[in-house]
Write a protein that binds this ligand. Structure first.
Ligand code: ADP
Ligand code: NI
Length: 226
């Protein structure tokens, strides 16, 4: 079983969105959910420690500038990170001598944990627990901090008024920035209803309301109404 100390080497320490502190929070949430729901704690905890570990980024061969290449390769790596992470997890667990069906159980958890790219739905209780733990860490106060940090890193604002088009389709008009508030409307607001386990759903209520309050206050202050 990989340890938290070992996992530290697999993640950046200075990344406010997907850094090591996200892994530690998801690990503790996932362990709590696994015990409460009667899931296999070892499979869940290994999956939590490995779920965003990429091992290495894919090679990039194009004519873009080094800066563009870095951004593109990071984006490409993130798009596919559940596959890269599942493969990385397999190598780590096989080297530890895990039996193949337990390695496969961890791989399934990792491949099915993404919200945006639902190619594979979480079919086991363990995969549902990892999904829920990862999503709980995207709402509440932490969720707000991560969404604002993500936007700031891309030079995008915390708030920009969403267009009618965005409100109806989730697609921005030309030139419309995808602010943290856009992310809230597009994804974060839906997360509590996407959760699988009762234990996570209960935890999500309070987190959801605090996050919703933050974003409605953000709109009110921007409008000069509060
Ligand atoms: P998932 O693994 O569920 O697809 P992501 O990697 O897309 O999740 O998102 C992880 C975290 O990064 C979440 O807290 C999310 O709010 C934040 N995030 C991702 N994309 C954006 C964005 N375009 N704007 C603001 N925050 C974002
Ligand atoms: Ni994650």
């Amino acid at each position: 079983m990989p340890t938290i100390e070992q996992a530290q080497a697999w993640y950046p320490t200075q990344d406010p969105v997907h850094g090591f502190d996200h892994i530690v929070r998801v690990y503790h949430l996932a362990e709590h959910l696994a015990r409460a729901e009667g899931a296999d704690v070892q499979v869940v905890c290994a999956a939590a420690l490995l779920h965003d570990a990429e091992g290495k980024t894919p090679p990039v061969s194009d004519e873009s500038s080094p800066e563009e290449r870095e951004t593109n390769s990071k984006d490409a790596a993130r798009q596919n990170h559940h596959h890269a992470s599942a493969e990385f997890a397999r190598r780590i667990l096989e080297a530890e001598g895990w039996p193949s069906e337990r390695v496969a159980a961890v791989e399934h958890c990792i491949r099915s944990h993404r919200f945006r790219h639902r190619l594979e739905a979480p079919q086991t209780l363990e995969a549902q627990v990892l999904f829920d733990a990862d999503k709980l860490d995207a709402i509440g106060a932490i969720g707000v901090a991560r969404a604002v940090a993500f936007a700031a890193r891309k030079d995008l604002p915390a708030y920009a008024p969403p267009s009618e088009l965005f409100l109806h389709t989730g697609h921005e008009e030309a030139g419309e920035p995808h602010s943290a508030y856009h992310e809230y409307l597009f994804k974060l607001v839906k997360l509590k209803d996407s959760l699988y386990t009762q234990t996570a759903r209960r935890l999500a209520e309070d987190r959801h309301h605090r996050m919703a309050e933050f974003f409605s206050q953000l709109v009110a202050e921007t409008d000069g109404k509060s």
